[in-house]
Unconditional design. Structure first.
Length: 286
């Protein structure tokens, strides 16, 4: 009997640990970044050390393919998708909209929104505006995105390079006992020979979410009868616009760079400085 109890407790704690770990993996953070040059550089410092590219797997910004279901436009008015879907659906009437303590409400993470680059700054907007109007600085770029933060062994650098503006960065956030940021940024053009695993990473976390939800709901009874139309037929609706190829050669030697790691906390703003340029980064859990 004692052995059974110990086994039960062990399995219970293991289950709690796994769920807790997944919750940490799926925490989403909004990252904002500003990159700028100093226009009035007053230094005699020589930069002889050369930048070393991390030869590892990386993630990158991406634009997912937009699709529509072609069959959705071929349904008859009286026999469409929604009529079939809700044929046997009887909504439960509630007396009020007051939430009770028993109702569990939690934020649902969506890995498909990760690593989508946008220029709509919020936290750093005022700083960005000031840099734009200050003659002591040349604003190179500013943008934001959403991502999760993995444990150190699983975390990968986000790589981004703008060949036209001639700058690039490798940025990695990771968890150990605390949150950490590892930044490697440079002026120049180097290209990226590493393997891009962005889509694989997103697919992995989507699978984790589906498996977890399936496990949670396996004992729930579902009396809803759903009749679907014929299988969906998706077609791409992305613009066929082709991005221009820039024939900008790689720099022979990168010796103007920042290579720094530091411990960070949620809702902090960090400044990474170099005599020639700088970066401002904010991190906020959402």
């Amino acid at each position: 009997m004692k052995l059974f109890k110990l086994l039960f407790v062990s399995l219970f704690l293991s289950s709690l640990s796994a769920n807790s770990e997944l919750n940490l993996d799926l925490k989403e953070y909004e990252i904002e970044i500003i990159i700028f040059k100093h226009t009035n550089v007053l230094t005699d410092e020589k930069f002889d050390e050369e930048f070393t590219t991390p030869l590892i797997e990386t993630v990158s910004f991406y634009k997912p393919t937009l699709q529509i279901n072609e069959n959705a436009y071929q349904s008859k008015p009286k026999d469409n998708f929604f009529n079939r879907l809700f044929k046997d659906f009887n909504p439960i009437k509630k007396s009020n909209n007051v939430l009770t303590k028993d109702q569990n409400i939690s934020k649902v993470s969506n890995p498909k929104t990760w690593y989508r680059k946008t220029d709509n700054l919020v936290v750093l907007k005022k700083i960005n505006n000031k840099l734009e109007t200050n003659s002591n600085y040349e604003l190179l770029d500013s943008f934001k995105w959403i991502q999760n933060i993995d444990y150190k062994d699983d975390a990968r650098f986000l790589f981004y390079e703008d060949k036209q503006k001639e700058y690039g960065l490798y940025l990695k956030f990771y968890r150990s006992r605390f949150l950490h940021a590892d930044l490697k940024s440079y002026l120049g053009v180097i290209g990226n020979d590493s393997i891009d695993i962005t889509k694989d990473k997103i697919a992995k976390f989507e699978k984790k979410i589906l498996e977890t939800n399936k496990e949670k709901n396996k004992d729930l009874k579902n009396d809803l009868k759903i009749e679907l139309n014929k299988p969906n037929k998706y077609v791409d609706i992305n613009s066929s616009e082709i991005e221009p190829t820039l024939n900008i050669p790689n720099s022979n030697k990168i010796n103007i760079f920042i290579d720094e790691q530091r411990r960070i906390f949620n809702e902090e703003i960090h400044y990474f400085d170099h005599p020639m340029f700088g970066l401002i980064i904010s991190i906020k859990e959402i």
